[in-house]
Write a protein that binds this ligand. Structure first.
Ligand code: NAI
Length: 358
């Protein structure tokens, strides 16, 4: 039996910091399963093109483990070549790197470590919102340059208090973002999601559901994206929808880069239609050096809060998703039932309601 793991290289950092479990060097604890002497493990970061380790080893692997931070993109074409594949495990949350419809068709199960990094991401979202609204990054860069011109940064800095915040997706992360924003005394918390929250959960985070996406974005000063990537969210935030945003709104996306049209976001920031854009997810990962989101700016030269994809891979999160990956593998090898919440695709059927209404 072959287990293939596609992880990112940690290099020297992973040698010096053993808690960087999601790396090729430290191999996620789950790969140390003992009682399977016939297990052949292949761990690599090499994932692009027909000669990559990913494409060479997927053809006879039974289990694929990959992280959303450095995803092996498992297309329908590759699934059709992967004759032995039975289980894909996402070490983290978000399994859109697998063609999930093809996994259903080919009876390949897809599991993730549900909940493992939702607090990590929610904290990052709150940080991104504050960073943009308060114009923090240009202010810090000014200090590093040796300058001191308060008016240049204060002219685009605001309070979060009194603003309207909206989340696209009010699941585990979106809800936790609203929970964490309660003490900021925002004017309103809105959410756009086909799944309605129970009234007491709405009241606990002062949330109001808005059913029409254009109506929703037109009311928000800050929009945060917390829905999975699927057919219903790919390219959702495009030129047309951006034109319905409040002029000068802030947009934070830590869900998946491809939910936003990259060029349309860069153009909206350049024109000032968006005052800021922040997040850690990109439509291609690693992002090419010339990706417009690396350097895009608003008309005042700020408004860019982009980082590499790391909000859900803090050392605390890595401990949790490594333990969760190990548990999923042990359940699989020992024929035990999996945690229902971890199952995205069961054998031949969708098991989650989070990837669109079907
Ligand atoms: P969840 O499954 O708890 O919640 C997702 C919510 O989105 C659900 O309430 C669902 O109904 C809603 N939704 C789905 N399609 C929608 C649509 N078209 N419009 C509005 N709402 C929609 O998932 P969780 O744990 O909150 O994670 C959400 C996503 O965040 C993941 O799928 C992943 O893509 C991303 N993520 C990013 C991380 C990072 O490191 N940047 C780490 C963890 C997750």
């Amino acid at each position: 039996m072959k287990v293939l793991a596609i992880l990112y290289n940690g290099f020297n950092a992973a040698v010096k910091e053993p808690r960087l479990l999601g790396t090729v060097e430290n191999k996620i604890n789950g790969l140390h399963h003992e009682d399977t002497s016939s297990l052949h493990r292949k761990v690599s970061s090499d994932k692009e093109g027909p000669n990559s380790d990913f494409e060479k080893h997927i053809v006879d692997a039974e289990v694929l483990i990959t992280t959303p931070f450095h995803p092996g993109y498992l297309t329908r074409e590759l699934i059709e070549k992967a004759k032995n594949l039975k289980l894909c495990v996402t070490a983290g949350v978000g399994s859109d790197h697998v063609d999930l419809n093809a996994a259903v068709d080919h009876k390949i199960q897809v599991l993730e470590v549900t909940g493992s990094n939702v607090v990590s991401v929610a904290e990052h979202v709150v940080m991104n919102i504050l960073t943009l609204v308060r114009n923090f990054i240009p202010a810090h860069e000014m200090i590093e340059r040796g300058d001191w011109q308060v008016s240049d940064v204060a002219r685009n800095a605001f309070d979060l208090e009194g603003k309207v915040i909206g989340t696209i997706g009010a699941g585990r992360i979106g809800y936790r973002v609203l929970e964490r924003l309660v003490p900021f005394d925002c004017k309103e918390h809105l959410y756009y999601d086909y799944a309605k929250l129970p009234v007491e959960r709405e009241q606990a985070v002062k949330a109001r559901k808005v059913d029409d996406i254009e109506d929703f974005v037109s009311q928000c000063d800050v929009v945060t994206v917390n829905a999975p990537l699927h057919e219903g969210t790919r390219g959702l935030i495009n030129e047309k929808l951006l034109s319905k945003f409040k002029p000068g709104a802030w947009l934070v996306n830590t869900a998946r880069g491809a939910i936003c049209d990259a060029d349309a976001v860069a153009a909206a920031l350049k024109s000032g239609q968006l005052r800021g854009y922040a997040g850690d997810v990109w439509n291609v990962q690693p992002a090419p050096k010339d990706h417009p989101w690396r350097t895009m700016k608003n008309p005042l030269g700020g408004g860019n809060g982009m980082t590499p994809h790391y909000s859900g891979t803090t050392l605390d999160a890595q401990a949790r998703y490594a333990a969760g990956t190990k548990a999923i593998l042990e359940n699989y090898f020992e024929g035990r039932e999996q945690e229902p919440a971890d199952i995205i695709v069961g054998v031949g059927a969708w098991a989650t309601k989070s990837y669109g209404q079907r």
